[in-house]
Design a protein around this ligand. Structure first.
Ligand code: DGD
Ligand code: CLA
Ligand code: CLA
Ligand code: PID
Ligand code: PID
Ligand code: PID
Ligand code: PID
Ligand code: PID
Length: 312
């Protein structure tokens, strides 16, 4: 297709740049400017809306392209192969083309709003400047091809199941865990802290398992879960806590999503994450909430998971 061909030209223009970026740099975990959680949540909300509007099949293919690209990483900078670099760009270009332009620009504008204007120049200072300029020029040509192939209206909203066993179980889980949700500090910057003692390649391996799980999920249920998160963001209070009803809808949507993939795929995520998150992290989280609320929430979760497993 045209976007695939354009991605090859983009690769010609941008792969030198890609090789120069230190993808293992811990700086990419930091906020791109002042830490402003509510504004950042707004930007993430725009990404969720864009994801929910995208063609689920193209999203799945983009996730698969990333998984493949992780497999061809080489060298100290963590760069993927030229062919996989092109394949990721092509896949993301197709995702962008599957949503209306305004949804893409809403992401750009909201991310710009949380990005210190000095950030792009600083990023450029870490690589060979002319290679960055060449890459950007390539991006400008690529985006014209994407725009030419872009839809003008969003794909249909998800079909949301109702009256199913997971939906019923989500009510009990939510009643048991909402006090714990209210104890949690959702606006803390602690969630952007590096995992103690873990390198980027180690962390990426665990993220790869999530990408694999995402690629296997039912596309309609993933869209429904994204829509539920968007709605939940719309009802947060000053501390970032969503309403009880929206929290329940998110739990139901995520339970159905988990049930749409094999158990072993879920356990691969769990086991890989357990391998990089040590007990200092979990103990620290536990120390910040009411212990009785956390125990009640955990009990609710362990009951819920049996209902999910029964529909898996
Ligand atoms: C950049 C953009 C990259 C900067 C990276 C910051 C992004 C951080 C993302 C924050 C994450 C949010 C949360 C994630 C989840 C966390 C969970 C815990 O360097 C601009 C100005 C605004 C830049 C900020 C906006 C960036 C938006 C990026 C898209 C959002 C993606 C979402 C990422 C999130 C994660 C995804 C999963 O646009 O951009 C550089 C540009 O900066 C440079 O400016 C441009 C002008 O816009 C353009 O008009 C033009 O002037 C150009 O062109 C210069 O500069 C000139 C000529 O006109 C060209 O013809 C050509 O010759 C060129 O020069 C060659 O040099
Ligand atoms: Mg990505 C984008 C890393 C998985 C879907 N992703 C980005 C970039 C960053 C990144 C490079 C955001 C920061 C930025 O804009 O820098 N993703 C990244 C990693 C992983 C991952 C490390 C780990 C596996 N992503 C992943 C998965 C999905 C996505 C699983 C779902 C399928 N990701 C996704 C989308 C988008 C990203 C939809 C974006 O739109 C965003 C992005 O790239 O926006 C431009 C700048 C970007 C780069 C350095 C890479 C692109 C290089 C272009 C082609 C040329 C360079 C131009 C110029 C020099 C700088 C960019 C200017 C900008 C205004 C365009
Ligand atoms: Mg997420 C999970 C935040 C958007 C899909 N998501 C998580 C949690 C974290 C979170 C609370 C990961 C950390 C963790 O496990 O803590 N998501 C979060 C935010 C946003 C967002 C802030 C922003 C809008 N998510 C989002 C979107 C999607 C997803 C758009 C796609 C539709 N998310 C998604 C999935 C999963 C998450 C599929 C998970 O599996 C993971 C998760 O919750 O795993 C348990 C612990 C979790 C919590 C504090 C909240 C859940 C409370 C449960 C139900 C009860 C508490 C039990 C116990 C006390 C603690 C957990 C024990 C553990 C062994 C299970
Ligand atoms: C400027 C000036 C003009 C010239 C110009 C110019 C530049 C405009 C630009 C630009 C626009 C632009 C847009 C970009 C948009 C990037 C969008 C990224 C979206 C990320 C998402 C992440 C996610 C997911 C995901 C799917 C999940 C939801 C999420 C589901 C269902 C200034 C050059 C024209 C770069 C969507 C993917 C996993 C949230 O106009 O003179 O330069 O860049 O998890 O969905 O689960
Ligand atoms: C524009 C103007 C509007 C019209 C429009 C428009 C276009 C927007 C577009 C577009 C946005 C867009 C985004 C794209 C982003 C591509 C990002 C590619 C990233 C590739 C990576 C590859 C890799 C790896 C990997 C992980 C490793 C690092 C690597 C570590 C730690 C402008 C059409 C709406 C194409 C990250 C995955 C293996 C490098 O808005 O008027 O057209 O395209 O090895 O991580 O090692
Ligand atoms: C300039 C002027 C214009 C011309 C121009 C220009 C240059 C702009 C530039 C540039 C922008 C730019 C951006 C770059 C962005 C790279 C983003 C990489 C993201 C990597 C990640 C990696 C990671 C992980 C991971 C998970 C870990 C955390 C991490 C945990 C818990 C100035 C040329 C346009 C290079 C996200 C995945 C392992 C961080 O604009 O005239 O030159 O470069 O380790 O999670 O640990
Ligand atoms: C233990 C001991 C026994 C008792 C037991 C026990 C506990 C097991 C447990 C547990 C397992 C478990 C699993 C959990 C799994 C969480 C999975 C999260 C996945 C997140 C994803 C994120 C993403 C995306 C997304 C889609 C994108 C890709 C991504 C596309 C196409 C120990 C109790 C049985 C919690 C997939 C969603 C946006 C990456 O066994 O005696 O306690 O918890 O962006 O894909 O866009
Ligand atoms: C298990 C054992 C196997 C069988 C199995 C199994 C099950 C795994 C499961 C499962 C995993 C799972 C995960 C679920 C996670 C739910 C997470 C809910 C999160 C809700 C949030 C709500 C909110 C917001 C929001 C953003 C705000 C904060 C809030 C800010 C900054 C165990 C079946 C495979 C259900 C985050 C979105 C508005 C709080 O593996 O043998 O069954 O379920 O307001 O952000 O303000």
């Amino acid at each position: 297709d045209e976007i695939g061909d354009a991605a090859k030209k983009l690769g010609d223009a941008s792969y030198s740049f890609a090789k120069e970026v230190d993808w293992n740099n811990g700086i990419f975990l930091q906020a791109p400017g002042k830490f402003q959680p509510l504004k950042a949540l707004k930007a993430i909300d725009k990404m969720i809306e864009m994801g929910a509007a995208a063609d689920p099949k193209l999203l799945k293919e983009a996730a698969e392209a990333h998984h493949k690209a992780i497999g061809s990483i080489s060298g100290p900078n963590g760069v993927t192969s030229r062919a996989d670099w092109d394949a990721v760009n092509a896949a993301l270009g197709r995702v962008v083309a599957s949503v209306p332009k305004a949804k893409v620009m809403a992401v750009y504008d909201s991310v710009k709003d949380i990005t210190d204007p000095k950030v792009p120049a600083y990023m450029k200072s870490l690589v060979n400047g002319p290679d960055a300029e060449k890459a950007y020029q390539g991006f400008l040509e690529f985006k014209d091809v994407v725009a030419k192939n872009q839809v003008t209206s969003a794909s249909a909203p998800a079909v949301v199941p109702s009256g199913d066993k997971i939906g019923v179980a989500a009510k009990a889980l939510s009643d048991a865990s909402y006090p714990f949700i209210k104890d949690t500090d959702w606006l803390s910057d602690i969630y952007l802290k590096p995992l103690p003692g873990k390198t980027a390649p180690q962390t990426l391996k665990a993220i790869d398992k999530m990408i694999v799980m995402g690629a296997k999920m039912d596309g309609n249920l993933l869209k429904a879960a994204a829509e539920a998160h968007h709605k939940a963001i719309g009802s947060i209070d000053a501390k970032g806590v969503t309403s009880a009803a929206d929290y329940e809808a998110v739990n139901a949507a995520l339970g159905r999503l988990v049930a749409s993939v094999p158990k072993s795929t879920v356990m691969d995520v769990y086991n890989s994450m357990a391998g990089i998150v040590d007990s200092t992290v979990t103990n620290n989280m536990f120390s910040k909430v009411n212990p009785l609320d956390a125990v009640a929430a955990a009990k609710g979760f362990y009951t819920f998971k049996d209902v999910v497993e029964a529909s898996q």
